[in-house]
Ligand binder design. Structure first.
Ligand code: IMP
Ligand code: MG
Length: 182
Protein backbone atom coordinates (compact mmCIF):
# COMPACT_ATOMS: atom_id res chain seq x y z
CA UNK A 1 0.00 0.00 0.00
CA UNK A 2 1.06 3.58 -0.69
CA UNK A 3 2.05 4.42 2.89
CA UNK A 4 4.82 1.81 2.95
CA UNK A 5 6.88 4.16 0.74
CA UNK A 6 6.82 6.82 3.43
CA UNK A 7 9.49 7.32 6.04
CA UNK A 8 8.64 9.49 9.05
CA UNK A 9 10.95 12.49 9.43
CA UNK A 10 9.02 14.36 12.15
CA UNK A 11 6.38 12.57 14.17
CA UNK A 12 2.95 13.99 14.91
CA UNK A 13 3.95 14.24 18.56
CA UNK A 14 7.13 16.22 17.76
CA UNK A 15 5.05 18.55 15.60
CA UNK A 16 2.58 19.20 18.42
CA UNK A 17 5.39 20.04 20.86
CA UNK A 18 7.01 22.46 18.42
CA UNK A 19 3.73 24.11 17.39
CA UNK A 20 3.03 24.76 21.07
CA UNK A 21 6.44 26.44 21.39
CA UNK A 22 5.82 28.58 18.31
CA UNK A 23 2.44 29.60 19.74
CA UNK A 24 4.09 30.60 23.00
CA UNK A 25 6.72 32.70 21.17
CA UNK A 26 4.09 34.44 19.05
CA UNK A 27 1.93 35.12 22.12
CA UNK A 28 4.94 36.70 23.83
CA UNK A 29 5.88 38.80 20.79
CA UNK A 30 2.36 40.13 20.20
CA UNK A 31 0.99 40.97 23.63
CA UNK A 32 -2.77 41.52 23.75
CA UNK A 33 -3.61 45.20 23.42
CA UNK A 34 -7.26 46.24 23.74
CA UNK A 35 -6.59 49.36 21.64
CA UNK A 36 -5.30 47.35 18.70
CA UNK A 37 -6.83 45.11 16.08
CA UNK A 38 -6.51 41.35 16.21
CA UNK A 39 -3.31 39.72 15.00
CA UNK A 40 -4.09 38.61 11.42
CA UNK A 41 -2.75 35.20 10.40
CA UNK A 42 -2.66 34.63 6.65
CA UNK A 43 -2.22 31.03 5.59
CA UNK A 44 -0.90 30.09 2.18
CA UNK A 45 -3.24 27.50 0.68
CA UNK A 46 -3.46 24.65 0.64
CA UNK A 47 -0.50 23.21 2.52
CA UNK A 48 -0.56 25.53 5.53
CA UNK A 49 -4.14 24.86 6.62
CA UNK A 50 -3.30 22.09 9.08
CA UNK A 51 -0.44 24.07 10.63
CA UNK A 52 -2.66 27.16 10.89
CA UNK A 53 -5.43 25.19 12.58
CA UNK A 54 -3.06 23.90 15.26
CA UNK A 55 -1.06 27.11 15.61
CA UNK A 56 -4.00 29.45 16.30
CA UNK A 57 -5.08 27.21 19.18
CA UNK A 58 -1.67 27.74 20.81
CA UNK A 59 -1.81 31.55 20.57
CA UNK A 60 -3.28 33.14 23.67
CA UNK A 61 -4.66 36.39 22.35
CA UNK A 62 -7.28 37.41 19.78
CA UNK A 63 -6.41 36.43 16.24
CA UNK A 64 -8.19 36.55 12.91
CA UNK A 65 -7.41 34.48 9.84
CA UNK A 66 -7.42 34.90 6.10
CA UNK A 67 -6.17 32.78 3.20
CA UNK A 68 -4.08 33.30 0.09
CA UNK A 69 -3.88 30.82 -2.75
CA UNK A 70 -0.87 30.58 -5.03
CA UNK A 71 -0.37 28.83 -8.30
CA UNK A 72 3.09 27.78 -9.28
CA UNK A 73 3.74 25.95 -12.46
CA UNK A 74 6.38 23.36 -13.15
CA UNK A 75 7.46 19.78 -12.59
CA UNK A 76 5.75 17.90 -9.81
CA UNK A 77 8.26 18.28 -7.00
CA UNK A 78 10.06 21.48 -7.89
CA UNK A 79 8.87 25.01 -8.25
CA UNK A 80 8.94 26.69 -11.67
CA UNK A 81 10.03 30.06 -10.41
CA UNK A 82 6.79 31.72 -11.39
CA UNK A 83 4.36 32.55 -8.61
CA UNK A 84 0.85 33.92 -9.08
CA UNK A 85 -1.91 34.67 -6.64
CA UNK A 86 -4.84 32.38 -7.40
CA UNK A 87 -7.04 33.28 -4.46
CA UNK A 88 -6.59 36.72 -2.95
CA UNK A 89 -7.32 37.77 0.62
CA UNK A 90 -10.93 38.36 1.64
CA UNK A 91 -10.01 41.24 3.98
CA UNK A 92 -7.76 44.27 3.92
CA UNK A 93 -4.60 44.29 6.03
CA UNK A 94 -3.69 48.00 6.12
CA UNK A 95 -2.56 48.97 9.61
CA UNK A 96 -2.64 45.41 10.95
CA UNK A 97 0.00 43.18 12.47
CA UNK A 98 0.21 40.35 9.94
CA UNK A 99 1.78 36.92 10.19
CA UNK A 100 2.14 34.98 6.95
CA UNK A 101 1.79 31.27 7.72
CA UNK A 102 3.59 28.85 5.39
CA UNK A 103 3.95 25.09 5.44
CA UNK A 104 7.44 25.04 3.94
CA UNK A 105 9.95 27.50 2.51
CA UNK A 106 11.99 25.86 -0.21
CA UNK A 107 13.50 28.16 -2.88
CA UNK A 108 11.92 31.13 -1.12
CA UNK A 109 10.28 32.34 -4.33
CA UNK A 110 6.74 32.04 -2.98
CA UNK A 111 7.31 33.80 0.35
CA UNK A 112 9.52 36.45 -1.23
CA UNK A 113 6.81 37.27 -3.75
CA UNK A 114 3.95 37.15 -1.26
CA UNK A 115 5.79 39.43 1.18
CA UNK A 116 6.30 42.00 -1.59
CA UNK A 117 2.59 41.88 -2.46
CA UNK A 118 1.46 42.10 1.17
CA UNK A 119 3.91 44.88 2.03
CA UNK A 120 2.36 47.05 -0.69
CA UNK A 121 -0.93 46.88 1.23
CA UNK A 122 0.72 48.63 4.16
CA UNK A 123 0.27 46.35 7.14
CA UNK A 124 1.48 47.72 10.45
CA UNK A 125 3.97 44.85 10.55
CA UNK A 126 4.62 41.72 8.52
CA UNK A 127 6.43 38.59 9.61
CA UNK A 128 6.61 35.01 8.38
CA UNK A 129 6.11 31.82 10.32
CA UNK A 130 6.91 28.57 8.54
CA UNK A 131 6.60 25.07 9.87
CA UNK A 132 9.46 23.76 7.72
CA UNK A 133 12.50 25.36 6.17
CA UNK A 134 14.80 23.85 3.52
CA UNK A 135 17.57 26.47 3.64
CA UNK A 136 19.85 24.54 1.29
CA UNK A 137 17.45 25.18 -1.59
CA UNK A 138 17.14 28.93 -1.23
CA UNK A 139 17.18 31.07 -4.38
CA UNK A 140 15.49 34.19 -3.05
CA UNK A 141 16.36 35.60 0.36
CA UNK A 142 13.53 35.54 2.87
CA UNK A 143 13.35 36.64 6.46
CA UNK A 144 11.71 33.98 8.60
CA UNK A 145 10.70 35.18 12.07
CA UNK A 146 9.63 31.71 13.27
CA UNK A 147 10.73 28.32 11.94
CA UNK A 148 9.38 25.02 13.22
CA UNK A 149 12.05 22.72 11.82
CA UNK A 150 14.95 22.97 9.38
CA UNK A 151 14.94 19.93 7.13
CA UNK A 152 17.31 18.52 4.52
CA UNK A 153 16.66 18.71 0.80
CA UNK A 154 14.05 15.96 0.62
CA UNK A 155 10.51 16.10 -0.69
CA UNK A 156 8.17 15.78 2.27
CA UNK A 157 4.46 15.20 2.70
CA UNK A 158 1.94 15.04 5.54
CA UNK A 159 0.47 17.45 8.08
CA UNK A 160 -1.09 19.45 5.23
CA UNK A 161 1.70 19.00 2.69
CA UNK A 162 0.86 17.03 -0.40
CA UNK A 163 2.22 15.32 -3.41
CA UNK A 164 -0.35 15.55 -6.24
CA UNK A 165 -2.97 16.38 -3.56
CA UNK A 166 -2.33 13.20 -1.56
CA UNK A 167 -0.92 12.56 1.93
CA UNK A 168 -2.18 15.80 3.51
CA UNK A 169 -3.91 13.79 6.22
CA UNK A 170 -0.79 12.10 7.60
CA UNK A 171 -0.25 13.22 11.21
CA UNK A 172 3.54 13.55 10.80
CA UNK A 173 5.99 14.82 8.19
CA UNK A 174 7.21 12.02 5.96
CA UNK A 175 9.76 11.65 3.19
CA UNK A 176 8.26 10.32 0.02
CA UNK A 177 10.32 7.54 -1.52
CA UNK A 178 11.30 7.78 -5.19
CA UNK A 179 8.68 5.28 -6.28
CA UNK A 180 6.04 7.52 -4.67
CA UNK A 181 6.73 10.26 -7.15
CA UNK A 182 4.44 10.69 -10.13
P1 IMP B 1 9.23 27.79 -2.73
O1 IMP B 1 8.52 28.88 -3.50
O2 IMP B 1 10.22 27.06 -3.59
O3 IMP B 1 9.82 28.27 -1.43
O4 IMP B 1 8.20 26.67 -2.42
C1 IMP B 1 7.01 26.96 -1.92
C2 IMP B 1 5.98 25.87 -2.08
O5 IMP B 1 6.44 24.69 -2.76
C3 IMP B 1 5.60 25.43 -0.71
O6 IMP B 1 4.68 26.30 -0.12
C4 IMP B 1 5.01 24.06 -1.01
O7 IMP B 1 3.68 24.22 -1.41
C5 IMP B 1 5.85 23.55 -2.15
N1 IMP B 1 6.90 22.65 -1.63
C6 IMP B 1 8.22 22.88 -1.56
N2 IMP B 1 8.87 21.83 -1.04
C7 IMP B 1 7.92 20.92 -0.76
C8 IMP B 1 7.97 19.61 -0.18
O8 IMP B 1 9.01 19.05 0.20
N3 IMP B 1 6.77 18.97 -0.05
C9 IMP B 1 5.58 19.54 -0.42
N4 IMP B 1 5.50 20.74 -0.97
C10 IMP B 1 6.66 21.44 -1.14
MG1 MG C 1 2.71 26.13 0.17
Amino acid sequence: MAYSRLETLISGQQLQVRVKELGRMITADYPADPGREDLRLIAVLSGAFVFLADLIREIERDVSVDFLGTNSYGPSTTTSGEVKIGKDLDHEIAGLDVLLVEDIVDTGLTVNYLCQVLQQRQPRSLRVVTLLDKPSRRIKPVELAYVGFEIPDRFVVGYGLDHAQRYRNLPGICVLGKDGLA
